[in-house]
Design a protein around this ligand. Structure first.
Ligand code: PLP
Length: 398
């Protein structure tokens, strides 16, 4: 009755998901084993160690949540926020707004520190707000705002929280593996990411990490965690090595076994390349893209010091139909780029350079197709100029 679904071939250069390497896809297709199979326990242990390496942390409570990045976000808030708690939230785009919503639904009080979309949340803003609100328990913000292409100074913001002995919750969905992430050195207490961005795995998993200090706070809660599924103390019976029970693991929920094969493979590829090499590759691809974009006379939304390499926001020039360009790229080239969200809708494009797409080859393919789509609307450009400039820039980088 129904035909088997065959997805079209796409180059995914939007805000995520990104393209998934062949070996990760084939790992996903290996035979399913039981979620308590001894072989699977070995895989889980390796995933934990690999995630600790990628997050740069010794945190014991480091594991993937069996759900997308949004569930990673909820797991941090639902475990750490109790009714009446004051949470300072940095908001400079869509995802900071969702943090506020999490705090509100948990009966906490969100104190919002706002920056215009396209600008960063600064340590100075956070320090000033904390001086005005001495009862704050947690500072929460988005390291890499995918909705605008802004990278905030996570180290500086966390320093302000640490100097006042506050907890921190950091959204690292898009930052992890694309730019430097240093959970322990920066003093982060809870962080979450997503499998489908720079980790280049299939969507649907959210790596999280909680510090010992965060675990103490969870253990000393006055009220029960309102989510059964995301309650860290319960899920650790499955993901943790329960010392009292001889390292035994017990059923909490059926893990997405095959998706975890894929995560294992994507983490293995990342660590084989090396974290620093991955950050450099993302940065170099970004600098090449920007050189190409600027050579066409287009402008980036974000100031140079706050640009996020893996998500590039480009201003739509006058007299160009933004949606038509995206539509041409998708229909004619199978190339997906992102639209602007909220107040930036219709005003910017978002080009993602995540995982395997953070290469000069993908950057030049994108620039060539993008130039053609603009030329089709009468935009005055020399079709090959952008990719030539991008290559020139790229070969000048280390
Ligand atoms: C994508 C994203 C999320 C949400 O992740 P999902 O996997 O879509 O639930 C959260 N925060 C940021 C910064 C993101 O880019």
């Amino acid at each position: 009755m129904f035909d088997r679904f065959i997805p079209p071939k796409r180059i995914l250069m939007g805000p995520g998901p990104t393209n998934v390497p062949e070996s990760v896809l084939s790992a996903l297709g290996a035979p399913t084993v039981g979620h308590l199979d001894p072989s699977f326990m070995t895989l889980m242990d390796e995933i934990k160690v690999m995630l600790q390496t990628v997050f740069n942390t010794q945190n014991q409570l480091t594991m993937p949540i069996s759900a997308p990045g949004s569930a990673g976000m909820e797991s941090c808030f639902v475990n750490l926020v109790e009714p009446g708690d004051e949470v300072l939230v940095g908001v400079n785009g869509v995802f900071g707004g969702r943090m506020v919503e999490n705090v509100r639904r948990l009966g906490g009080k969100a104190i919002v520190v706002e920056s215009p979309w396209g600008q960063a949340i600064t340590p100075q803003q956070i320090a000033t707000a904390l001086d005005q609100h001495p009862k704050v328990k947690i500072v929460a913000f988005v390291h890499a705002e995918t909705s605008t292409g802004v990278l905030s100074d996570a180290e500086g913001i966390c320093k302000e929280a640490q100097s006042r002995s506050l907890l921190t919750i950091v959204d690292m969905v898009t930052s992890l593996a694309g730019v430097e992430v240093n959970v322990d050195d920066w003093g982060i207490d809870a962080a979450y990411s997503g499998s489908q961005k720079c980790l280049a795995c299939v969507p649907g998993l959210s790596p999280v990490t909680f510090s010992d200090k965060a675990i103490e706070v969870i253990k000393n809660r006055k009220t029960e965690v309102t989510s059964w599924f995301l309650d860290k103390t319960l899920v650790m019976a499955y993901w943790g090595n329960n010392a009292e029970r001889g390292g035994a693991r017990s059923y909490h929920h059926t893990a997405p076994v095959n998706a975890l094969y894929a995560l294992h493979e994507s983490l293995r590829l990342l660590l084989n390349e090396g974290l620093t090499a991955s950050w450099t590759r993302h940065r170099n691809a970004h600098l090449a893209l920007v050189a190409g974009i600027e050579s066409m006379g287009l402008n980036m939304l974000v100031d140079i010091e706050h640009r996020l390499p893996q998500l590039n926001t480009i201003k739509v020039p006058a007299n160009i139909n933004e949606a038509q360009v995206r539509n041409d790229l998708l229909q004619e080239q199978g190339l997906e780029i992102g639209a602007g969200l909220g107040s930036l809708a219709g005003k910017v494009w978002r080009i993602g350079l995540m995982g395997p797409n953070a290469t000069i080859e993908r950057v030049t393919i994108c620039l060539d197709h993008f130039s053609q789509a603009l030329a089709k609307q009468g935009f005055d450009i020399d079709i090959n100029k952008a990719s030539t400039q991008a290559r020139k820039m790229h070969s000048s980088l280390q």
